[in-house]
Structure formats: structure tokens, C-alpha cells
Design a binder for this molecule. Sequence first.
Ligand code: ZN
Ligand code: ZN
Length: 136
Amino acid sequence: MDFLPNMRLTTQRQIILEELGKVTSHPTANEVYDMVRKRLPRIGLGTVYRNLELLAENGIILKLEVGGTQKRFDATIESHYHIRCSVCGRVDDVDIEVQEEINETAAKSCDYKILGHHIEFSGICNECSAKETVLH
Ligand SMILES: [Zn+2]
Ligand SMILES: [Zn+2]
């Protein structure tokens, strides 16, 4: 039997996990690919993408359900909130307590069993604010 393909996949997945865990920038699949490629020069974007999807499906990482056109990934899976820059699209964590009571409020106003909620704040990041100041 040939265990090699599985072994390789496991190693690749491990490195993808490690690289994602190093950053708090909520990278896109492309950005994860750029990070992983430094350690695995022969890895393909498709492989990185498939592994990210698989890790997200298994609840090992978080696939961000935020606005914007590209999916972003997060090694932090505990419930937390995000803020997205309306100018450059960067996503950061917002370090506030998760508002559990929103679930109860929602449960009272609809027929769903509430499993959770996502909050995405929008704003303008420091860097973009600084650029705007320069322009004006
Ligand atoms: Zn910005
Ligand atoms: Zn996050």
C-alpha cells in the first residue's frame, strides 16, 4: 500500500495550519498560499485552497463569513467579532465580549433555533486613515 499521498497531505495541512496560526490578519487563500510556499515551494494554490476548505469544514479553522469578495481564514475558532476596513478590506479582531443575549432576542423574534451570530463591524483602519490625512 502507498501511504505517501496521505502523508504528504497531512504534512501540507499541518504547515498550512502553522502558517495561519502565526498571523492575525485573516488572510485570503492566496495570502496563505504565499506564506506556505516559502516552506513548500512546490505546493499549488488549489491544494492550499482545498486544505483550507477541509480544515474549515472540520471546525479546525474558521472561514470568515464577512463582506468582500474573497474568503478569509482565521486560526481562532472561538466566537469573536471582526472589523473590516471599508477602504482596503483588511480584517481584524474586535476584542469585546460576545453578546450572547442577542441570540435570545433573535430567538424571540423568529421561529428559528438560534445557533449563533456573526458581527462584522466596518470602519477605516489606521493605515487608511493616515493616507487620507496625507491626501487632504
Ligand atoms: Zn484600510
Ligand atoms: Zn478573527
